[in-house]
Write a protein that binds this ligand. Structure first.
Ligand code: GLC
Ligand code: GLC
Length: 650
């Protein structure tokens, strides 16, 4: 750490030295007004950028040269930034909390599985609007190796769309049309690794020293063995350990995920610069949010787990500062699926403004299995609150497995043993536990540690698949209610709700993936089905199950959007004296209060009237879900099985 006054001085000197050169090279082409804007943002954010880069690369002999390259990149990007996006930058700067609105609703899908390709996806914009989406995350769509490419998470070229999905122009057009429809495009920034077919990896494989330094390559097992002593295995049944031997160069290469995903070496400033270029390219193509894939893994130090190290944060902060200068409307969404304490550290306006909320996701499933909410309440009452200028992205399912993330001490305080409980949850969600309604598959079961995660579509995990198979109408009813229950929570708890498209019509597991050799080894494909158009067609027919789920969801979405208290991220998790009922209060900036009660059991549950009075519900109030007025006397309030109430004082 450098002493603050020295740092301040060094920052000023650096800017004084570099600015004239940048001005000379770029100001004229930009024009006076754009240059002025650029200067203003530079004045504001250069100190942060400088400080973070100094921490990462200050020991490099050519540090100032690297710094100048980075500034040149920022100037070029801003100079070339399309007019529409410059306008967006301005409007976001004027309203930086735009993503806190109760009108926000996210959706995520695969281009090919949902619609075929980018052009056909464009035709689905009316569908996205009908659902009420304001944010659409398209799963990885850039060039990737043929066959297994980890669902696109092995990128061979960050500037070329996978040919079968379309072209860069298709992507730009789609981004612009989505924006016109009020929908922000979200793309992945897969910056921890490239595929082994990326041009850098190809050069490295042919012996090129410069590009070999973009990755971690070792001549023998000495270093890999030393690192592996403290590493966690991510995909143990696909490849044990974190290194892969490549015969053509007789080297071991660091591959945290799959053998064809080569981890990038951010100790090398050239890697930072190159990847910054790829990031800014996505910015100017029209992405409004970048999902920072696997951001916990980007910095490695011997003797550590190589996850969430301080410099992984420094790196993201440096990228973020660069965006504030060159493409300020763009936001980062953190994909840190790690311990809750670590997840929280990525969330701030100087790092990731948005973050997945894996804790809420995992604990919703936990509560559905156990029918009680103690762990959910205990964990969230301490861990839900984040800074007012940031937001959770709350989700129930996504393209990945469910890992049973929660803090073991939180669990212990309730007499729950973390290890045993995770085993129970795995047994429950694979349907092995007697009486379980869930039909999921194990993912990466590790016989050595007893660990496993869970794959499966929401509807199958919530009991719809087993209920339909047995034809039991009461069970079908309960499954539909569970699906609506968990959505009612992500729609009201504070942050951006994110729908995994397919879930809105109750799409179920697709076991066909085992026929495809590129997918068979990865059970996550069971929850990545192709759109079933026939099912989507009947979504307005309340006599069908798809229709019941879709219409139920549509109704909840409409109410959310009309309820200011559901905006913002202030939430008070409360204990209403019933361990089957999850409860929290939401308060809008205008003072509107809504109390949410959610029954996680298939029995009716009562809440004593005086518990509700404590939270401002007096004699008269209304349930926003059923739009019924309620009167609270001395009798307890009764919730139906899996019912959710959104109660507003009258
Ligand atoms: C992220 C993705 C996951 C992928 C991994 C490696 O965690 O969500 O699907 O396997 O990164 O890129
Ligand atoms: C690991 C990673 C997470 C990723 C997942 C994919 O849990 O921590 O980032 O989503 O693997 O299965």
């Amino acid at each position: 750490m450098i002493e603050p006054t020295k740092l301040h001085r060094a920052t000023e000197l650096a800017l004084a030295r570099l600015l004239p050169r940048i001005e000379q090279a770029y100001a004229k082409a930009m024009g006076p007004s754009d240059w002025k804007t650029f200067r203003r943002r530079l004045d504001e954010h250069f100190p942060t950028l400088f400080e973070q880069l100094l921490i990462l690369y200050g020991d490099q002999y050519d540090f100032y040269y690297q710094l100048e390259q980075v500034l040149a990149l920022a100037a070029t990007t801003w100079g070339e930034r399309p007019k529409e996006l410059k306008k967006l930058d301005e409007s976001r700067e004027a309203n930086p909390q735009w993503f806190q609105s109760e009108k926000m609703l996210g959706g995520v899908c695969y281009v090919d599985l949902f619609a075929g390709d980018l052009r056909r996806l464009r035709k689905q914009i009316p569908y996205f609007q009908e659902l009420g989406l304001t944010y659409l995350h398209l799963m990885p769509l850039f060039k990737a190796p043929l066959g297994d490419n980890d669902g696109g998470y092995a990128v061979s070229d960050y500037r070329e769309v996978e040919a079968r999905l379309g072209t860069m122009d298709d992507l730009r057009t789609l981004a612009a049309e989505l924006r016109k429809a009020g929908i922000s495009l979200v793309l992945d920034f897969i910056f921890n690794h490239t595929s082994d077919e990326h041009r850098w990896a190809i050069a490295a494989r042919s012996g090129d020293q410069d590009t070999q330094d973009y990755y971690f390559l070792y001549p023998d097992r000495t270093m890999p063995d030393a690192y592996e002593r403290t590493l966690r295995e991510i995909f143990p049944d696909k490849h044990p350990g974190a290194f892969t031997y490549r015969t053509e160069i007789d080297r071991w290469v660091w591959t945290t995920f799959n053998v064809f995903q080569w981890d990038l070496n951010y100790r090398n400033p050239a890697v930072f610069r190159e990847m910054a270029g790829e990031m800014l390219y996505l910015a100017n193509a029209g992405a409004e949010v970048l999902r920072l894939d696997a951001l916990a893994f980007t910095w490695k130090e011997m003797g550590t787990v190589c996850e969430s190290l301080p410099k992984a944060h420094t790196l993201v902060q440096a990228f973020n500062a660069l965006l504030r200068i060159a493409a300020p409307s763009l936001l980062f969404k953190s994909e840190a699926i790690v311990h809750p304490d670590e997840v929280a550290k990525y969330i701030s306006s100087s790092e990731c403004q948005l973050s997945y909320n894996p804790l809420l996701m995992a604990l919703l499933w936990n509560s559905l299995a156990t029918r009680e909410v103690r762990l959910l309440r205990q964990s969230l009452s301490r861990r839900f609150q984040i800074a007012p200028d940031t937001a959770w992205v709350n989700y129930v399912r996504c393209h990945d497995d469910i890992g049973w993330t929660f803090d073991d001490t939180d669990a212990q305080a309730l007499g729950i043993n973390g290890y045993d409980h995770r085993r129970f949850l795995n047994a429950f969600y694979t349907g092995r536990f007697p009486g379980s309604f869930a039909r999921g598959l194990p993912f990466q079961e590790n016989p050595r540690t007893g660990d496993a995660r869970i794959s499966g579509m929401l509807a199958s995990l919530a009991g719809l698949e087993s209920a339909l198979r047995s034809g039991n109408t009461a069970e079908i009813e309960l499954a539909v209610r569970r699906i609506l229950l968990v959505h009612a929570i992500i729609l009201s708890i504070g942050g951006v709700p994110l729908l995994y498209l397919g879930d809105e019509i109750g799409a179920m597991n697709d076991y066909g993936y085992v026929e495809d050799p590129a997918k068979a080894v990865d059970s996550r494909w069971v929850h990545r089905p192709r759109t079933d158009w026939a099912k989507r067609e009947v979504r307005h027919d309340a006599a069908t199950i798809e229709g019941r789920i879709y219409q139920g969801l549509q109704h909840l979405i409409a109410v959310r959007k009309a309820t200011p208290a559901f905006g913002g991220n202030k939430t008070e998790v409360i204990n209403v004296g019933n361990d089957h009922v999850f409860a929290y209060a939401r308060i809008s900036t205008g003072g509107q209060r809504v109390l949410v009660l959610a029954n996680f059991s298939e029995g009716t549950q009562a809440i004593a009237a005086n518990e509700l009075r404590l939270y401002g519900l007096n004699y008269h109030f209304a349930d926003l879900v059923t739009q019924r007025d309620l009167v609270l006397g001395s009798e307890p309030l009764v919730l139906e099985p899996y019912q959710v109430l959104w109660l507003q004082a009258g």
